[in-house]
Structures are given as structure tokens and as C-alpha cells.
Design a protein around this ligand. Structure first.
Ligand code: PLP
Length: 284
């Protein structure tokens, strides 16, 4: 049985408990990270922990576990659950308190939960065939740069995309794509430029995004970080998304319009390959 971590203990998943008064449960008052595991090792661990600290800071949420301790917990779970390929999920909430819109005392202990997900990530059928995406109004709150567990709207958008026969939703604000339901969004223009929205409170600062833009630079590709429209996406040569769980994942249609040849593009394939090579080499 899978073992999980809850507030200092490693437990079989059926024995793990969190209070019904947890602020994560009552107010979505929690943040999370999902770290990729390749060959039993963690990809971009320090980047994920830096983003976690940033999310906590933006929400004024105290948290005292040191990065070395968090690394030890991640590794312990990978070991106990024999994860060669998959993900480690980490969630930190403001802890347990009587239900009140006021934050509890700063001394309230956080709830800290980690679990693993065994998953075939590199050999993904979706990456081989390419994703079909449809666009939806971005109705999320205006601090999408904070990785909170408040994920109802992206989850709804994904379900609506599926109901339309697509694989995922790309979200649109004022005519411009912000990002995917749980990924960053990119197009490759017909002149070979990789375009992705610039960082702001409108999108999550993807850890994979940062690495993939470095890969694009190494491949001598021109990169533009700027908003792009739905129409530009529909007329692009290629499109793709990035995330820890999807790596670099081709998009082959938007709103039922094929992108380029309607097949995964070659620039996308090169980026995926270089990203994987680099991350296999640098995982810890
Ligand atoms: N954007 C959103 C809204 C996400 O939920 C995610 C990942 O979950 C990403 C982007 C990609 O971030 P990362 O590359 O750090 O996984």
C-alpha cells in the first residue's frame, strides 16, 4: 500500500487523517507543488521549493520546514513507494482553526501533506498523438501566480473541454491566451519563433516553462514572451504546453482547427527531447 506523509508521520494512505476544520478544506487556504520524478530522482527540486516559498509569502502564511527536511521527505516517499517515474505532491495549509474569515494566530501549525503518484510520464500516448484543446474564458481569480489549491475553475474548464471531445482547456483573457488548465501555453509561429505569455499575476510561473525557454535558447530559437491571441494560435505552425506532469506536450488543434499539419511539430519534439535529456542529467 502507498505510504504518505502527514505532519511528521509516514502512514499507509488509509490511515492518514486531516481535520475537517483544516483551512485548506474550508477556505482552500493552502498552496502546493508537484515535482516530477525521473529515474527515481527529483527534477528541479530547488525551483519548486523556491516557488513554494514565494506562494507562502504572497499569502502571508508562516511555514518553518527547511528545504533539506522537505528534500528528505520527498526522497523517503520515493523510496518507500518505489517511484521510478511519477510525481510527488506537496501541500501546505494554514492549519486547523475554528471557521473564521480572520486568519488564525501565526503560531497555528501548518498542515503538511505529501504523497506520490506512480505514472508513466515520458511514454505518454497523449504526447505521441498531440492534444486537442478548446478555449474558455479565464474566470479564475486574479492571482494566478500563486499556486493555491483553489482549482475548481480549471477543473471545470477541463471537464467542459472533455465534454466537447477535446483533451484540455486553454484559458482566454481579453482575447489573449493566458495558459492551460494546468500548464503553460505556447505557440510556434510560421517563422519559427516560440511565443508564450510573459510572467505576471495572470499565469503561474511554470518551473518547466523556465527550463524549456532555456532549451529554446540553446536550440537558437527566437523566443518572445508576450500575450498572443486565439487567432494567432489557430494560425500557428505548432503549439504545445508545458508542466511537470506533461513535460513538453504537443497541441495539434485549437477549437477544432488543426495547427500546422495537424500533427505534433518538430520544434516541439526537439524541445521535449532536450528538456528530458537535461532533466535526466540534473535530477537529484
Ligand atoms: N500553469 C498552471 C495553471 C498550472 O497548474 C501548472 C502546473 O500545475 C503550470 C502552469 C505548469 O507549472 P510547472 O511547469 O511548474 O508544473
Amino acid at each position: 500500500m502507498r505510504h504518505v506523509y502527514v505532519n511528521g508521520d509516514y502512514l499507509p494512505e488509509t490511515e492518514a487523517r486531516v481535520s475537517i476544520f483544516d483551512r485548506g478544506f474550508l477556505f482552500a487556504d493552502g498552496v502546493y507543488e508537484v515535482t516530477l520524478v525521473l529515474d527515481g530522482r527529483l527534477v528541479d527540486f530547488s525551483g519548486h521549493m523556491a516557488r513554494l516559498r514565494r506562494s507562502l509569502g504572497e499569502l502571508d502564511m508562516p511555514f518553518s520546514l527547511a528545504e533539506e527536511k522537505l528534500l528528505e521527505i520527498h526522497r523517503e516517499l520515493i523510496e518507500r513507494n518505489q517511484i521510478s517515474e511519477g510525481l510527488v505532491y506537496l501541500q501546505v495549509t494554514r492549519g486547523v482553526a475554528d471557521r473564521d474569515f480572520n486568519f488564525p494566530l501565526k503560531s497555528t501549525p501548518n498542515t503538511v501533506v505529501l504523497f506520490t503518484q506512480k505514472k508513466s510520464i515520458v511514454d505518454s500516448p497523449l504526447a505521441a498523438r498531440g492534444q486537442h484543446v478548446v478555449t474558455f474564458d479565464d474566470l479564475r481569480w486574479r492571482r494566478c501566480d500563486i499556486k493555491t489549491v483553489q482549482l475548481l475553475y480549471p477543473s471545470m474548464a477541463k471537464m467542459q473541454a472533455k465534454a466537447q471531445g477535446a483533451d484540455d482547456a486553454w484559458l482566454v483573457k481579453d482575447g489573449f491566451i493566458t495558459e492551460g488548465s494546468s500548464s503553460n501555453a505556447y505557440i510556434v509561429t510560421t517563422d519559427g519563433t516560440v511565443v508564450t505569455r510573459d510572467l505576471s499575476t495572470d499565469i503561474l510561473q511554470g518551473i518547466t516553462r523556465e527550463a524549456v525557454l532555456l532549451c529554446a535558447g540553446s536550440l537558437q530559437l527566437r523566443v518572445e514572451e508576450r500575450p498572443f491571441t486565439v487567432e494567432e494560435s489557430e494560425n500557428a505552425a505548432e503549439a504545445f504546453s508545458t508542466s511537470a506532469s506533461g513535460l513538453v506536450s504537443p497541441v495539434v488543434s485549437i477549437n477544432d482547427k488543426p495547427i500546422g499539419a495537424g500533427k505534433p511539430g518538430s520544434i516541439t519534439a526537439h524541445l521535449r527531447q532536450l528538456y528530458l535529456e537535461r532533466k535526466r542529467a540534473s535530477a537529484i
